[in-house]
Write a protein that binds this ligand. Structure first.
Ligand code: RNT
Ligand code: ZN
Length: 416
């Protein structure tokens, strides 16, 4: 049977339970996922201002890592050609592109240092999301926006301000709103004597940063909390409570990274509460294995629960990005696997008989509810996925992988 024939019969199976597969496909086509550039080079960037710091770690030494803007763009192109639909790319400030011999510190960055990324995005009709980089830098040794040293704090506040202007430039040039996410690593390895002062300073730094004028319909500033980092296990200045309150008071977005909570906490469960009090929410979907390890996103229960909540609460309200960095396997395959898994999770959420499930809950038919939720797991989602890939002109099933193998042989293996 061809993919089309299988799809036609699967369409009827779903129709019998009240699910319109055409509608699911059309909705899935409209959901952009922000593909993080930093999977391509283990969060290195192009400035070489210092090795990866801030309590995050990319482990592995798989050959073929991108070393230049050209290599990274070429690798991202390869990944995007194997991912169905139109998406966004997510850049960090440390991926600024300078003229030969030019060197610009992070408090002096300008839109022009990202012009080549804008050209790249325009040609491919992609939006861009952005992140100031508050790590891997000599001035980020101890602390950044919460530093007790005024000159250090000023430097990072300036970096934040430049970043807002760059985010605005992306949105203006591309006609797509830019989510600009602030994450800082500041914290302590051991128990601090004063938990308040660093938070007072962080609050003041953020106030200064967002005091500059910018178009709030174009730039959505988000703040990302964290429970701990490597070497910063006891205290994180930018905790969940800090940022949730800061975002609420200042009309910013909270960014929830599902690697940044206690292991039994469910980010899926947080989405409905967040969106009840805020028009938008930002997400970093990742996978933590025992700790915030940033493993590749799988088509697993956690991702599927998050996807269900995105769909049920309105995907238009969510800035959806991935955040992982695996240097132990082919980095382009890592992107493709993670992006396609996120899409599969969204598709599986779109293929649920939501009205029926909701009314079972409302009528307290909880036995039938769990029964149907479980039976839905074996419905033939794969036939819909393969058809989706086919109409988007990307390889279905595992057929994309030989293209990665070829690229590895012809391009990556030559990078020595
Ligand atoms: C770190 C945060 C942050 C980074 C990226 C590189 O724990 O998750 O989002 O991973 O900005
Ligand atoms: Zn993150």
């Amino acid at each position: 049977m061809t993919t089309m024939e299988r799809y036609q019969s699967t369409k009827e199976i779903y129709a019998a339970i009240g699910v319109d597969t055409e509608e699911a496909i059309s909705t899935l086509s409209k959901i952009p996922i922000s593909m993080h550039c930093w999977q391509g080079d283990d969060v290195t960037g192009f400035e070489h201002a210092g090795s990866l710091s801030g309590g995050i770690q990319a482990t592995g030494n798989y050959p073929g890592k991108a070393r230049t803007p050209e290599e990274l763009m070429s690798d991202m192109d390869k990944a995007l050609s194997l991912i169905p639909g139109i998406h966004k790319i997510n850049l960090h400030a440390c991926y600024a592109i300078f003229e030969p011999g030019e060197s610009v510190d992070r408090d002096q960055l300008e839109p022009k240092h990202f012009r080549r990324w804008v050209d790249f995005a325009k040609e491919r009709k992609l939006g861009i999301d952005f992140n100031p980089t508050f790590f891997s830098h000599p001035k980020a040794m101890d602390a950044t926006l919460s530093s007790e040293k005024d000159d250090i704090r000023k430097f990072w506040i300036e970096h934040g301000k430049c970043s807002i202007k760059i985010a605005e430039y992306f949105a203006e040039e591309l006609g797509v709103p830019c989510c600009m996410n602030i994450w800082i690593p500041d914290g302590y390895k051991d128990i601090p004597a004063d938990r308040t002062s660093p938070r007072v300073r962080l609050k003041d730094s953020l106030d200064q940063m967002i005091s500059i004028p910018y178009d709030k319909s174009k730039v959505y500033v988000a703040v990302e909390s964290k429970v701990f980092g490597i070497g910063l296990e006891s205290y994180t200045v930018g905790s969940h409570e800090f940022y949730m309150n800061y975002a609420a008071k200042n009309n910013l977005l909270c960014l929830l990274d599902n690697g940044h909570y206690h292991p039994t906490e469910s980010v899926a469960d947080k989405i409905s509460s967040m969106l009840l009090f805020s028009d938008h929410l930002a997400l970093h979907v990742t996978r933590s294995v025992r700790w915030d390890s940033d493993h590749i996103v799988l088509f697993d229960d956690e991702t599927r629960e998050i996807a269900k909540e995105i769909i049920r609460n309105g995907y238009e309200k969510v800035f959806l990005a991935l955040d992982f960095f695996d240097a132990s396997i082919n980095r382009i395959a890592a992107w493709v696997i993670g992006m396609r898994n996120m899409q599969k999770a969204l598709l599986s959420a779109l293929l649920l008989p939501t009205d029926k499930l909701t009314s079972l809950q409302k009528n307290r038919d909880l036995t039938e509810l769990i029964m149907l939720q479980e039976e839905m797991k074996l419905y033939p989602i794969g036939d819909v996925w393969n058809y989706f890939c086919e109409i988007k002109e990307v390889p279905a099933t595992e057929d994309w992988f030989p293209i990665i193998r070829d690229y590895e042989k012809n391009v990556l293996s030559k990078r020595i």
